[in-house]
Design a protein around this ligand. Structure first.
Ligand SMILES: [Zn+2]
Length: 143
């Protein structure tokens, strides 16, 4: 341990401090006094903290009560923006849907037109193939 009087190393079992000459009994008394002073300081500090907490409580309550309406105002102010964003998204979906439907309809029309154009040619080709087959069949039968 160190001498509480001068801070020098105090050898265990020494009768007095080798640096300042303070006797061990004086050292013990100083140590006890220091301990008491520390205890008192801790108690005083704790009491001061408790008092500060008690004094601050209404201030904090008041601050919360003051801030809360402001926060609610901000939330209230933001709600139409959030609603507008949702509405805008719905509007975009609504605006895009006819375009998508038109694309599907145009594609279907193009397919129908292609089928309408190709169908007679295919039917004619099938007819001619059938006629040719009949002719071949007829030639075979004649033999
Ligand atoms: Zn000393």
């Amino acid at each position: 341990m160190n001498c509480p009087n001068c801070g020098a190393e105090f050898p265990a079992g020494a009768a007095s401090c080798p640096a300042c000459g303070a006797p061990r009994s004086e050292i013990d008394r100083l140590l006890r006094a220091t301990e008491k002073a520390v205890d008192r300081a801790v108690e005083t500090g704790a009491a001061a903290l408790n008092r500060a907490a008690k004094e601050l409580e209404p201030v904090v309550d008041k601050a919360v009560k003051t801030v809360r309406p402001a926060v609610q105002d901000v939330a209230r102010a933001l709600k139409p923006i959030a609603d507008a964003t949702v509405q805008a998204t719905k509007d975009v979906a609504k605006a895009v849907r006819p375009a998508a439907e038109t694309t599907v309809r145009v594609a279907k029309e193009a397919a129908d037109k292609t089928i309408a154009t190709v169908k007679p040619a295919v039917e004619k080709a099938a007819e001619k193939t059938g006629e040719a087959a009949q002719k071949v069949k007829g030639k075979v039968w004649k033999r």
